[in-house]
Design a protein around this ligand. Structure first.
Ligand code: HEM
Length: 525
């Protein structure tokens, strides 16, 4: 150290300044790299929830569904819980458990503007919720169904060889494209293929900016825009430019939609039939309605509802990834379990005869929806739901002995503790779902069932639940009505068990849990 100081002292003053400057730059870069690695690790998985493929195993070993583990971000002890009663207890008590908004998962969601998902329970949540909830009307759902079918047909006719048999080489990629197309059409109200003119001063077309942002979403969440801009890394520049262009397009589209609705008079109509069926249009229509209500009540319309950046944030949160990945797993299960394909096919034929299923038929297709829910139960997409205790609180949990005798207990959780509802494990807890909890059996969703936490529960449960259910039922019914789905072996001798492990268990955790690469063969019925 002293020799380092000695060498420093021998330098000329301007060289000393340069050395200090270089040292500072190095320290900043080092800090950024460390932050990047911590956040990456944090987003991808909490270290203790590493049992991705057998999420119940750690509870089975502990003979308890309450396991303590130190939180990454809080100095207070944190607890992980999986019992449905505990998960339900926490989810249904928003006055005791808030969202830990300091966690990167929620900070990351706000990258394009504040979203409903990352608002704190209370006034802020109510303000967002009152605008966003109006986008999920029955009319919206009917058009989501149609858009999904259109997107699936577009994909099948454009991307795979026409004929009696077609092979989809990468099911995950295909279904993400199908759901992304729907977000394009249903989200931004744009027909495909996009022929959008470029926004003034923006040289990257909207379609391109959306695809690049989608491809680099993890980076977009982790790295602030100014870091992407300033870091002298050649490969980061396209991501930064796409993000800038994407936001500029969205702002342009928002302002256009606002003035279009105001000029057409649709803005002043509260009738549901006048609301646009694309998500951006519905959001703007809802926002204009909230402003009008505030005006009529003598309030300040300028502060009513959401700001421009909040509308854009909520727009970007119109999840295609969650439904896309669930559908990827559902196709794997259908291919592996042909008996369920046949049952679903019979249900569709008895509900719709020779016609293609429409949204009006959805209530007659409970088994088709159950296939999607059962997929989600076994391959929970979100995996972890974070909560923070805002007061000292006793939570229920259970332990059991070697003979299986169950004892119900309570545990004192200190104010400020961080909770992770382990939804992957909760949904396969044999004490709640039965000893066959690991088996793929969609029929279990048709009767009484334990609380299902994959969409969360209570006041903060998924607002897009119905949207996702409609998207998934539309695709699964469309596939099963028109095709038989077969798995494609990776080599001639591959057994069913090996295929299952490859298609289901090769999943990875990115922003959400996602299937690995696998192919299926579709044969026209
Ligand atoms: C299979 C598909 C989906 C699953 C499994 C899912 C799951 C979830 C979960 C677990 C939460 C709670 C997250 C938390 O508290 O940290 C949530 C919240 C939310 N989801 Fe979904 N989601 C899905 C699809 C969608 C779709 C398609 C949309 C929109 C079109 C959507 C919109 C939302 C919104 C707005 C919230 C925040 C609700 C609030 O905090 O009040 N979700 N979702």
């Amino acid at each position: 150290m002293s020799s380092l100081y000695g060498s420093f002292a021998t330098l000329q003053p301007h060289q000393q300044w340069s050395a200090v400057f270089a040292g500072l730059c190095l320290a900043i870069i080092l800090r950024l790299v460390i932050r990047y690695l911590i956040i990456l690790n944090h987003i991808k998985a909490l270290p203790n929830i590493a049992t991705l493929y057998q999420p119940w195993l750690k509870y089975q070993h502990a003979r308890s569904d309450l396991i303590a583990f130190p939180s990454l971000l809080s100095s207070t002890p944190a607890y992980e819980t999986s019992s449905p009663s505990t998960a339900q207890y926490i989810s249904l008590r928003p006055h005791l458990f808030h969202k830990p908004l300091h966690m990167q998962r929620y900070i990351g969601f706000d990258v394009f503007g504040k979203t409903l998902l990352s608002t704190q329970t209370g006034d802020e949540h109510k303000r967002h919720w009152s605008v966003v909830r109006r986008c999920f009307s029955d009319r919206q759902m009917a058009s989501v169904w149609e858009a999904m079918r259109w997107s699936l047909n577009t994909f099948i006719s454009e991307e795979v060889d026409q004929g009696e048999k077609v092979v989809v080489e990468d099911v995950r990629e295909a279904l993400i494209r199908v759901t992304l197309l729907v977000i394009g059409r249903k989200g931004f109200g744009k027909d495909f293929p996009w022929k959008m003119s470029e926004t003034e001063g923006n040289d990257i077309p909207f379609e391109e900016s959306l695809y690049v942002v989608e491809q680099s979403v993890l980076l977009q969440i982790i790295l602030p825009a100014w870091v992407m801009r300033l870091l002298p890394l050649h490969r980061l520049q396209p991501f930064w430019r796409a993000r800038k262009a994407f936001l500029a397009h969205l702002e342009h589209m928002y302002l256009d939609k606002r003035s279009e609705l105001q000029t057409s008079g649709a803005a002043s109509s509260t009738e549901e039939e006048k609301a646009p069926t694309d998500l951006l249009g519905a959001l703007v229509h809802s926002q204009l309605g909230v402003e009008q209500e505030a005006r009529l009540q003598g309030g300040n319309e300028k502060v009513a509802g959401l700001t421009k950046s909040e509308i854009i944030g909520n727009m970007c949160d119109a999840g295609h990834e969650t439904s896309g990945h669930t559908l990827g797993f559902a196709v794997a299960y259908l291919a592996l379990y042909p008996q369920w394909q046949e049952e679903v096919y019979r249900e569709i034929v008895s509900a719709c005869g020779d016609e293609q299923p429409t949204y009006k038929d959805m209530h007659k297709l409970p088994l088709t929806l159950a296939v999607c829910l059962e997929t989600l139960r076994l391959r929970d997409i979100v995996s972890t739901i974070m909560k923070e205790a805002i007061d000292d609180v006793f939570v229920p949990y259970t332990t059991w002995d070697a003979e299986g005798n169950i004892t119900t207990r309570t545990h004192l959780v200190k104010k400020g503790s961080l909770f992770v509802i382990d939804s992957s494990a909760t949904s396969i807890n044999p004490h709640a779902w039965g000893l066959d909890s690991m088996e793929f059996n969609p029929r279990r969703h048709l009767g009484n069932m334990p609380p299902f936490v994959s969409f969360s529960l209570g006041a903060r449960q998924c607002l897009g639940k119905r949207f996702a259910e409609v998207e998934m039922t539309s695709i699964v019914s469309g596939l099963c009505k028109n095709f038989k789905v077969y798995p494609v072996k990776s080599h001639e001798q591959e057994s069913w068990e090996e295929m299952r492990a490859r298609m289901i268990d090769s999943a990875t955790e990115q922003i959400s849990f996602q299937p690995g690469k696998f192919a299926v063969r579709l044969e026209i019925r």
